[in-house]
Design a protein around this ligand. Structure first.
Ligand SMILES: [Mn+2]
Length: 352
């Protein structure tokens, strides 16, 4: 076996950068300004609203609560919140450390009493729900996010589409601020990391995600308990909902789409989170490149979720329908009969 002389690119590939690639997506001056702003908020005991996105997941809630615990301990008056009422959390997320501090959107102080808003994992102002009113009122805003197509907002915006989870940005900020990773803070970050990476399995899960995971376990996270809570516990009624959704599944061979929809009666059976489980199951169909679920939106019409196995950019499809998300996971809202929405998605997939 002969050894080829290393080429320039080969040599570069052999020497991994000490900095995770997504950190290179952050503007250094903005990062420094965000760190300064947060440090000042702690020092001066400022009121900081930490807002996750509506329909909160582990990443947005873990980010908000980790920052709440860390900045709060360092002196800031932190108000973690989700701009949605009534707020329904998945049972596992309702057990996160700091969750009792969540402020109902209706109880948030007026804009004049808020010094800083931090938007977490929200790909646009619309994802903030009621909290978006602070933007219109001119409250200084920091955006921390990792979505591919984040609509620019906020005066200080740190968006790293290469990061697997927003909690990675939060962990970076805590390091920059020299704030300690307590077990509770580590637990919040871990839940964000393990959910947004699909248990360290999705494409965006880099070595740095594992390194952060290792640090969090070293800080005392009870990962086995959280795995069971997050991934291995379903209500019996949720299983019935999954059965209904799976039983209604259709297949469009031309674009390798497996799709289904849920009725309002189906949803009455189940928790909000269980529709997520449905699309993840649909995607496991051997014939599927793309999975689509439609579930009734509270305000009428459909909430569509799209997942790709890898070849198809479903973020593009969702964006064409007025939604957004990532290359492999995206969502949109739509009106009309379910079959017509499926037809629209098929037409867009055909173009791709
Ligand atoms: Mn996220």
């Amino acid at each position: 076996m002969s050894e080829a002389a290393p080429t320039t690119s080969g040599a570069a590939a052999a020497a991994p950068s000490p900095t995770p690639s997504w950190q290179a997506q952050l503007d250094a001056a903005t990062l420094a300004a965000v760190v300064d702003r947060l440090a000042a908020a702690c020092r001066e005991r400022r009121t900081v609203v930490l807002a996750g996105h509506v329909s909160p997941d582990g990443d947005t809630l873990g980010s908000a609560l980790a920052l709440h615990l860390a900045l709060g301990a360092a002196g800031a008056r932190t108000l973690p919140t989700i701009g949605e009422e009534p707020l329904e959390l998945e049972p596992a997320l309702a057990l996160l450390p700091g969750v009792a501090a969540l402020v109902p959107a209706a109880d948030l102080p007026p804009a004049g009493e808020v010094d800083l808003l931090v938007a977490l994992d929200a790909a646009g102002p619309g994802r903030l729900g009621a909290v978006a009113g602070y933007l219109d009122a001119g409250v200084p805003t920091i955006v921390l996010d990792h979505h591919d197509r984040t609509v620019p907002f906020g005066e200080l915006s740190l968006v790293a589409p290469g990061a697997a989870a927003t909690v990675q940005l939060v962990a970076l900020l805590l390091d920059e601020l020299a704030l300690p990773l307590t077990r509770d803070i580590a637990t919040c970050l871990y839940v964000g990391l393990v959910t947004d990476t699909g248990r360290f399995s999705y494409e965006a899960t880099g070595p740095d995600a594992h390194l952060l995971g290792a640090r969090l376990l070293a800080a005392g996270v009870d990962h086995a308990t959280w795995t069971q809570r997050l991934f291995e516990t379903r209500r019996l009624d949720d299983l019935a909902l999954l059965a209904r959704g799976l039983g209604r599944a259709g297949f469009v061979a031309e674009v390798a789409l497996v799709h289904t929809h849920l009725s309002p009666e189906d949803l009455a059976l189940a928790d909000a989170g269980s529709a997520e489980g449905l699309i993840d199951l649909l995607r496991t169909a051997d014939v599927a490149e793309v999975a689509l679920t439609l579930r009734p939106a509270p305000e009428g019409g459909w909430r569509g979720s799209l997942r790709s196995r890898g070849r198809v950019d479903v973020g593009r499809v969702a964006a064409a329908l007025g939604g957004g998300g990532h290359r492999l996971a995206a969502g949109f809202d739509a009106a009309g009969p379910a079959a017509a929405v499926v037809e629209q998605v098929v037409a867009l997939l055909r173009e791709g």
